[in-house]
Design a protein. Structure first.
Length: 275
């Protein structure tokens, strides 16, 4: 039976299974009659073995490959020969003996290395020009994953505390207080403008009066101001509002949030309490 996997999910338990993988060519090595491809997706790398002499069609496709080309592979999971296991890979004990190779997209030579050490030295303007490549780097992928786990942790925590997450409008009427606002012209009402919210402050107040006594939002905020060390023109802000509480209730709630988040995301970090 054919099974579909992410590259990092294969283990010795899958030996003999026919699997389908898809991803980027991380590296390719021609060992004289046998071609090895390190196939990479978001979760990791699996070694793929191709024998062009036994499959001319697959061999012809493999000859075209360059790093970062996008391919699909079908093959059987086998053990690597004795002495060739790679302890640095989660899939280092196995490989996929490919019977079919599909070339989805042939890559040009990347404009910069996609590893973390060399990639960090690349000019930021170049990395942003090719943002889709920059985001393939392990460091950038980890940043996205940490962001995902952080926001999930926040939502799970406040859900357990009885909070309701409410999405409030982004386009709003301009208000005189606070930071400068970005303006968005209205096509329907020529000569009039919406403002992008600095924060959902007025909406929070409406929700409190309406009886939503525990409110949560991971709000997108926009401020037409000079960039500061802790603020960009566009940023995300954790907004909570509670009715009928004291200062200590808020302090205890947030302290528990950050302690729990640290324990989940960075269990290797030790908390030291100051007295």
């Amino acid at each position: 039976m054919k099974r579909t996997h992410h590259c990092a999910q294969l283990t010795k338990a899958d030996l003999g299974a026919v699997v389908s993988l898809a991803g980027w060519v991380d590296s390719i090595r021609d060992q004289g009659g046998i071609i090895f491809i390190d196939l990479r997706d978001r979760q990791g790398i699996t070694q793929v073995k191709l024998e062009p002499n036994s499959n001319a069609d697959t061999g012809a496709r493999a000859a075209q490959l360059k790093p970062e080309s996008v391919v699909g592979v079908t093959g059987r999971v086998t053990l690597r020969p004795a002495g060739t296991a790679n302890p640095n890979l989660a899939t280092g004990e196995i490989e996929v003996d490919a019977t079919a190779l599909e070339l989805h997209n042939l890559s040009d030579t990347p404009p910069f290395p996609l590893d973390d050490v060399a990639g960090d030295k690349v000019n930021e303007d170049l990395r942003l020009t090719y943002r889709y490549l920059d985001l393939r780097r392990p460091k950038m992928r980890r940043n996205l994953e940490v962001r995902h786990r952080t926001t999930k942790s926040v939502r799970d925590y406040f859900d357990a505390q009885g909070f309701i997450e409410v999405e409030t409008p982004i386009l709003f009427k301009s208000t005189p207080e606070g930071a400068r606002e970005y303006l968005v012209p209205s096509r329907i009402h020529p000569g009039e403008f919406y403002a992008l919210s600095q924060s959902p402050q007025q909406f929070k107040q409406i929700l409190m009066v309406a009886g939503v006594e525990k409110y949560l939002q991971l709000a997108r905020c926009f401020r037409d101001e000079d960039t500061r060390a802790d603020r960009q023109p566009e940023f995300t802000q954790l907004d909570i509002e509670m009715s009928f509480v004291e200062e200590e209730d808020i302090m205890g709630l947030m302290e528990e949030l950050f302690i729990g988040m640290l324990e989940k995301l960075k269990p290797e970090r030790k908390l030291i309490w100051a007295h």
